[in-house]
Design a protein. Structure first.
Length: 211
């Protein structure tokens, strides 16, 4: 992965801060998981991440098993646990996952992953979810193979990430993947786009299933 392994997925959302906050972050990187957690859970994120609308679009089924890759402090995974049978919060930072698990319902499970492996059992999940994470994963072709193995028959992969252009929040445009690039990569990996939502102001929202 391109970012330091210790806090890759927390850094991703830090990149989603407004420009002023990004400048401050460049001068002072958070020193602890607790400090990252405050940024990840900043209520102002809701204004552009629109978690309620995302949840409505996902329409999770009560029997569904969902894996949130790069879950951090559980911004989405804890929401998933309220609507699905099991929500897996997957991250490489055990301290952030410990925060995600504090007070979480019993169907919210944490998985300490590796930078190149989500550590999901074979055929274990119905939905694999990425939010502001995919563009930081190196050797995505190999990673997609592991995702394919983890999906149940009929499962889906959901990708939310920043458009490849300047926006008020998000990482530099040069770091981003365009929606077309993501669709091309998943096509090569044996997936097809089955749905797309356009209500997020700075991000694309794509859904993929096996061909």
């Amino acid at each position: 992965m391109r970012c330091p392994r210790a806090r890759l997925w927390a850094v991703v959302v830090l990149a989603g801060l407004p420009a002023v906050a990004q400048t401050e972050h460049q001068q002072h990187s958070p020193r602890s998981s607790e400090e990252y957690a405050r940024v990840l859970n900043d209520p102002k994120r809701d204004e552009w991440q629109k978690p309620h609308e995302v949840m409505q679009a996902l329409a999770l089924r009560p029997e569904e098993l969902v894996a949130d890759i790069g879950a951090g402090t559980g911004y989405f995974s804890r929401r998933f646990a309220m609507h699905a049978a099991t929500a897996y919060a997957v991250d490489i930072d055990a301290k952030l996952l410990a925060i995600a698990g504090e007070g979480a319902p019993s169907n919210h499970k944490t998985i300490v992953a590796a930078a190149d492996d989500p550590k999901l059992p074979a055929k274990s999940v119905d939905t694999i979810f990425f939010c502001d994470v995919l563009h930081h994963i190196e050797n995505r072709a190999a990673y997609y193979k592991k995702l394919n193995m983890a999906l149940k028959p009929g499962g889906r992969i959901v990708v939310i990430d920043f458009h490849k252009k300047a926006t008020p929040v998000g990482p530099p445009a040069a770091m981003r993947l365009s929606a077309e690039e993501v669709m091309g990569e998943f096509d090569q990996a044996g997936f097809r786009k089955t749905n797309q939502f356009d209500f997020l102001p700075y991000q694309y929202f794509l859904v993929f299933e096996r061909k």
